[in-house]
Design a protein around this ligand. Structure first.
Ligand code: SF4
Ligand code: SF4
Length: 412
């Protein structure tokens, strides 16, 4: 069995964790066909096996951190499709985090925008400011005067957060089932607030009392994936403390990108359970009693890497969506194949990110859908930017948002 992706980075006492982990790779190459960047470039340095060899060479000093070596490492999406299929149980996630942590001191300091992209608190404040100022109206104009190819321009062209959702109708069941903590996330608390409201509505319809984490409480995934292990650990510790104070023993999140770090870095003391939200809902006996209004529509289902490789719950997503009468759910082919979003990757590595997105949007278009469904807020943003560029408007929703919209409160 493969190790759980995102398991805590443990640093053995011999001081050489990276080499110990990297030596577990037997170079069989079975992961190569599953790697999105290898499929794009078809060169060893853009493969998991090539990156592990690069990481080893950099760690032992056999290779200097040249711009091209760093670029190959930076092109890695962290999608963990390699780790998922590795028969030797190589902990690629930890190798990548340790390599990036080691390289932080050996490469030029990141510029201001890159630092923002790794700072969940600052990024969340920016997103909130953008939402309050209706940045969607004027940021595209600003982008026009920013240098082409710059990170600032890329950031300015990213979709603005959705408007605050209308207040939900009162719950249709008394809160007798106990208390659930719903983790909002940092950037997701702004960009995915419609999804959060939907998750709350569904849980309340089942009779749960829902307690939300504070706006901006973060799992630490963004800094951890950038190799900022200490900052990520401090962030996770603060969130762990907040969850502990909440007194609930089950934590759910509607953001698939937060699930792994929430489970493995935040709730790693066993005091509470982080449960995949679709699995939780599908397993709840009360869900079968909920009624959903029919929707005659075609929904292309994009399964994010974080959902398939880390969080799980894919069957549960299909089970839940099957409750909407007349809805045709059309899975995209070759899943999970990263769409190029991957946290802040779609802003930092636009060339690879856009090529991966183009493949994904072509696959979606072939299904002639009325909407695209995805459980990851980053995928939603990145794919949404691509649809806007193609002038192909298509709603992008979280499955929970669709379910809540179709929930027939009058029938409960
Ligand atoms: S990471 Fe795993 S699957 Fe890939 S080459 Fe190494 S041992 Fe083989
Ligand atoms: S994490 Fe994804 S992009 Fe990176 S090497 Fe593995 S499969 Fe390739």
């Amino acid at each position: 069995m493969n190790p759980m992706p995102g398991a805590p980075v443990s640093i053995p006492a011999d001081g050489s964790p990276l080499l110990t982990l990297a030596d577990q790779c037997v170079q069989c190459g079975l992961c190569l066909p599953h790697c999105p960047t290898y499929r794009l470039e078809a060169i060893e340095a853009e493969s998991p096996r090539g990156r592990i060899a690069l990481a080893k060479a950099l760690a032992t000093g056999a290779l200097d951190p040249s711009p091209s070596a760093l670029a190959h490492l930076d092109h890695c999406l962290g999608c963990l499709s390699c780790q998922k299929v590795c028969p030797s149980q190589v902990r690629y996630d930890d190798i990548l985090a340790l390599t990036r942590a080691d390289l932080r001191a050996r490469r030029p300091a990141p510029g201001r925008i890159r630092r923002w992209l790794r700072d969940p608190a600052r990024l969340t404040r920016l997103a909130r400011l953008g939402a309050a100022l209706r940045a969607d109206r004027w940021l595209p104009l600003l982008a026009g005067v920013l240098p082409k190819g710059s990170l600032a321009r890329r950031l300015a062209l990213t979709q603005a957060p959705p408007p605050r959702p209308a207040p939900q109708r009162p719950r249709s069941a008394p809160a007798t089932r106990g208390r659930i903590v719903l983790f909002r996330g940092c950037v997701a608390s702004v960009y995915d607030r419609d999804t959060f409201a939907a998750a709350r509505a569904l849980l309340e319809a089942l009779g749960y009392e829902v307690v939300a984490t504070s706006a901006g409480a973060c799992c630490g995934a963004l800094p951890r994936h950038a190799g900022e292990i200490e900052a990520a650990a401090a962030t996770a510790a603060a969130t762990r403390e907040e969850l502990r104070r909440s007194g609930a023993d089950v934590v759910l999140t509607s953001a698939s990108g937060c699930h792994g770090d929430l489970r493995d870095q935040v709730a790693n003391d066993g005091a509470m359970r982080v449960v995949e939200i679709h699995t939780f809902l599908a397993a709840d006996a009360g869900f079968a009693a909920l009624r959903f209004r029919p929707l005659a529509a075609r929904a292309a289902l994009h399964l994010p890497c974080t959902q398939v490789n880390v969080a799980g719950g894919v069957d549960a997503i299909r089970t839940l969506l099957a409750r909407i009468p007349d809805l045709a759910v059309l899975p995209l082919p070759e899943q999970p194949r990263c769409c190029g979003a991957a946290g802040s990757y779609f802003i930092e590595q636009p060339e690879f990110a856009d090529r991966l997105r183009a493949q994904k949007l072509d696959q979606a278009a072939a299904l002639q859908p009325d909407m695209i469904l995805t459980t990851n807020v980053g995928c939603r943003l990145h794919l949404g930017n691509g649809l806007r560029e193609r002038a192909a408007p298509l709603p992008l929703r979280h499955p929970l948002a669709l379910l809540a919209e179709q929930l027939d409160n009058s029938a409960s």
